[in-house]
Design a protein around this ligand. Structure first.
Ligand code: KG4
Ligand code: ZN
Length: 325
């Protein structure tokens, strides 16, 4: 058995996990900072790094005293993300690896998300097409094998999660916008407003979400008494429509035998339901709790990287704009 201690601090969640054999969660502790950022309507980088600094040691100590002190390697998110936040996790992981003479495995945050469906006791399965939908990314990635990726398409402007967050703000709904909009949309009519489906008819696999956000803004300006639930439902329907349509094209193009849906927006009910109903290959999504940022997924990806010979070294520095491919 191989046990990995994993650390994730790329944005506004401090998370420490212990993973066995890359696919079994022994422990996955997540401290969300949402309450500290909510009044600002988004993540404040300086507050984020301070919070990580305050609790990372305690969380790790608690994890080791709960799960047992022996670990075989340490995996840490090396980027992309907020520089100050990444630094807290990377410096902590380096010190821990040095003190215990353990292998240190840097993990790309999105690669962590790619492994998030494989934390239920069964080892990862590739090839696969991955729809990566988070606050910072909207991508279609062809995973030919573990750690062998081809970027098929990405957003040209806002990420889909970012558009949920921005539209929630326009509607006066609390941060983070995804869950707020999903809740508001439950009592709204998704056909009330015909919002644009950006780039849905283009012959590439790129996305665009800024036009959709602007359309919501103009609708609100022109109809100050508009029903907010109808706007939320119509926005959500358009945002998810784009994802489903582009994913279908990418599946046709690649012939991939399975679809991975990962990242914070993979928690969206409408997206999950539509993919389950309309996609003909098996759809693998993590449980809701593992859609948003967590260290368990970093442990799963880190274990696989180590098994494929990609350990890091003490010269590791975080890279806020790290590319997956
Ligand atoms: O992956 P994640 O935790 O952080 C990043 O790496 O960005 O994703 C956070 C994003 C936020 O934009 C949030 O609004 C969105 O995921 N999100 C959702 C839902 N839950 C979280 N978007 C739509 N529907 C949801 N239920
Ligand atoms: Zn993420």
């Amino acid at each position: 058995m191989s046990r990995v201690l994993a650390i994730e601090t790329s944005c506004d969640e401090t998370s420490v996990a212990i993973i066995d054999d890359g696919c079994r969660i022994v422990l996955n502790d997540i401290a969300s900072q949402i309450d500290f950022h909510r009044e600002f309507g988004g993540v404040v980088p300086e507050i984020a790094s301070r919070q990580h600094t305050e609790i990372i040691s305690q969380m790790t100590q608690r994890a080791l005293s709960t799960a047992g002190d022996r670990v075989d390697a340490i995996a840490v998110t090396a980027g992309p993300g907020l520089m100050g936040s990444l630094l807290v996790g990377v410096c902590f992981a380096k010190a821990f690896a040095y003190a215990r003479e353990l292998p240190l495995v840097p993990v790309h945050h999105i690669e962590g998300h790619l492994f998030s469906p494989f934390l239920q006791g069964v080892p990862p399965e590739f090839p696969a097409l991955a729809l990566v939908v988070s606050g910072g990314h909207t991508q279609l990635v062809h995973c030919r094998a573990a750690h062998e990726y081809e970027l098929l398409g990405a957003t040209r402007d806002d990420a889909v999660g970012e558009s949920f967050d921005k539209v929630a703000r326009l509607l006066g709904l609390p941060y983070p916008g995804g869950p707020s909009i999903q809740r508001a949309a439950e009592s709204g009519n998704p056909r009330a407003y015909a919002f644009p489906r950006g780039m849905v008819h283009s012959d590439n696999l790129d996305f665009s979400y800024s036009g959709l956000k602007t359309a919501v803004l103009y609708t609100l300006r022109e109809n100050p008494n508009a029903n907010l639930a109808d706007i939320a439902a119509s926005f959500q329907a358009a945002a998810i429509d784009i994802l489903v349509s582009k994913t279908q094209s990418a599946l046709e193009r690649t012939g991939a035998p399975r679809l991975l849906v990962v990242g914070g927006v993979a928690a969206n009910r409408l997206l999950r339901d539509r993919l389950a109903a309309e996609i003909r290959v098996p759809v693998l999504a993590p449980p809701i709790a593992l859609c948003t940022d967590n260290a368990a997924m970093i442990g799963a990806a880190g274990y696989s990287r180590l098994a494929h010979g990609f350990a890091g070294n003490m010269r590791l520095t975080p890279n806020p704009s790290l590319f997956l491919v």
